[in-house]
Design a protein around this ligand. Structure first.
Ligand SMILES: NC(=O)c1ccc[n+]([C@@H]2O[C@H](COP(=O)([O-])OP(=O)(O)OC[C@H]3O[C@@H](n4cnc5c(N)ncnc54)[C@H](O)[C@@H]3O)[C@@H](O)[C@H]2O)c1
Length: 296
């Protein structure tokens, strides 16, 4: 059976690790040829070895406009077209608080996440138009949807990506170019270790431990994996999503549904107390059971 990306060419940034690497693996398996762009040459070389002829590594620091242009050009030179751009490179960034933002950190974080994605579009769109359309996907985050999931600058950048997605999608729809983003929840990758200064070789050995430790962090009780996000990217890159544009697709095991069960109920505790209702009745009501009081 033909793969879902048979004949398509994708450029993936941040391809050497985590979500990007998981997406390279899935896209190649589904028949795509891939330009894997990153700044980790050793890991890039491993991708080329593993997927000889199907994936090419390009060194591309997405903070450098010329490097982005060259990565898009590589898609054209090696594979003759570009059907999908996955703007995915990123780091946790600086931890500036709301009353202590540095202009330099703001510029660095916005450049890495927002401007890089815009420049990716700038160079990818002309090539996509030549082959009649394409799909642009950017990795946003649940931190772009709600407070509490990331540092201020990172969260602001991810929020900007979500709205960039809306506006760019409206502009590019007439060219049959779809623009969507994905909002991952907690995914077991190196991003946490690199934000905390843990060397990447050590971090790599802790990925399973991160997944295990985050099992209960969301309603679906298993840790998020790069493959979970790669599957969403596959859908958005494939013709199966031909009528989907301007969307921010949340893939988070239910994390953004908010607090669950008794944790949620604790917010109502003072009200319940003031009403003289017992906690047991409230818990039963929240669980969808009729309360003993209501049965009487
Ligand atoms: N892991 C999560 O929980 C999570 C959640 C929400 C969003 N995200 C986003 O997912 C994306 C991928 O992160 P990940 O979790 O896979 O982390 P990761 O650290 O495993 O991978 C990030 C990759 O981006 C590359 N990169 C960093 N700076 C770059 C630059 N200037 N130019 C080119 N490449 C660069 C790194 O070398 C690395 O290979 C990021 O945009 C991140 O913000 C991650």
């Amino acid at each position: 059976m033909a793969g879902r990306l048979e004949g398509k060419v994708a450029l993936i940034t941040g391809a050497a690790s985590g979500i990007g690497r998981g997406t390279v693996d899935l896209f190649v398996r589904e028949g795509a040829r891939v330009i894997a762009a990153d700044i980790q040459d050793d890991r890039g070389a491993r991708i080329e070895e593993e997927y000889s002829g199907k994936a090419r590594y390009v060194r591309c620091d997405v903070s450098d406009e010329a490097a982005i242009a060259a990565a898009v050009d590589a898609a054209s030179r090696h594979f003759g077209r570009l059907d999908c751009l996955f703007n995915n490179a990123g780091t946790g960034g600086a931890n500036d608080a709301a009353d202590g933002v540095s202009a330099q950190n703001f510029d660095q974080v916005m450049h890495l996440h927002v401007l890089a994605a815009m420049l990716g579009m700038k160079y990818a769109v002309p090539l996509m138009r030549k082959s009649g359309g394409g799909s642009i996907i950017t990795t946003a985050s649940v931190a772009g949807l709600r407070a509490g999931y990331g540092p201020l600058l990172y969260s602001t950048a991810k929020g900007a990506i979500i709205h960039m997605t809306h506006v760019a999608a409206a502009q590019l729809a007439a060219s049959s170019i779809r623009v969507n983003c994905i909002c991952p929840g907690l995914i077991a990758t190196n991003i946490f270790a690199s934000s905390l200064g843990v060397p990447s070789q050590l971090a790599e050995t802790r990925i399973d431990a991160i997944a295990e430790a985050s099992r209960a962090s969301q309603p679906i009780q298993r840790g998020g994996r790069p493959r979970d996000i790669a599957e969403a990217a596959l859908y958005l890159a494939s013709d199966g999503s031909d009528w989907v544009t301007g969307q921010a697709i949340t893939v988070d095991g239910g994390l953004t549904l908010g607090p669950q069960g008794m944790e949620q109920l604790s917010a109502f505790a003072p009200i319940v107390q003031a009403l003289g209702v017992d906690q047991e009745a409230l818990a039963a009501a929240a669980a969808g059971q009729s309360s003993p009081a209501a049965d009487r």
